[in-house]
Design a protein. Structure first.
Length: 146
């Protein structure tokens, strides 16, 4: 019966809007997000933390890290934004027009799930979903059609 392990540490040197980041100390995903384990499921720690305070993230929204610190779980540093806004803010910065076309093509070809695309390209499956349905990166469709 050891001491309960610390789940996060308050980092006074990294702040947003005058409050410190709470940096996750347990598992971190390869994209830098904290991973919590709740009721037998791996969940993103920042989402679980925000939802404990605020209730469910609204449908079709992602939580944006206002502090740009992915391992931070301070609910005050997280804001639910629509997926389109989240991508515009640069959270899809790994993506460019070529990658978006490639993702759409591979998904259209079948044999790959949104989850697999998420893992491969390092963006959320919701972001990939909206890209495939043409709700984000709409300029790419127009370019391709021109
Ligand atoms: Zn933070």
């Amino acid at each position: 019966m050891g001491r309960k392990q610390e789940r996060y540490r308050v980092n006074e040197e990294r702040t947003y809007n005058g409050t410190p980041c709470w940096e996750w100390l347990l598992a971190i995903s390869k994209y830098g997000y904290g991973i919590d384990y709740i009721n037998g499921n791996n969940v993103r720690a920042h989402i679980a933390s925000w939802e404990r305070v605020n209730g469910k993230v609204p449908e079709n929204h992602d939580l944006d890290h206002l502090c740009r610190n992915r391992r931070c779980i301070n609910p005050d540093h997280l804001e639910p934004v629509t997926r389109a806004v989240n991508i515009q803010r640069g959270n899809g910065a790994k993506l460019n027009a070529e990658t978006v076309r490639e993702i759409r093509q591979r998904y259209a070809d079948g044999n790959i799930t949104l989850k697999q695309l998420e893992d491969e390209y390092g963006v959320s499956d919701s972001a990939i979903g909206s890209m495939i349905r043409g709700k984000s990166w709409t300029n790419i469709t127009q370019e391709a059609a021109a």
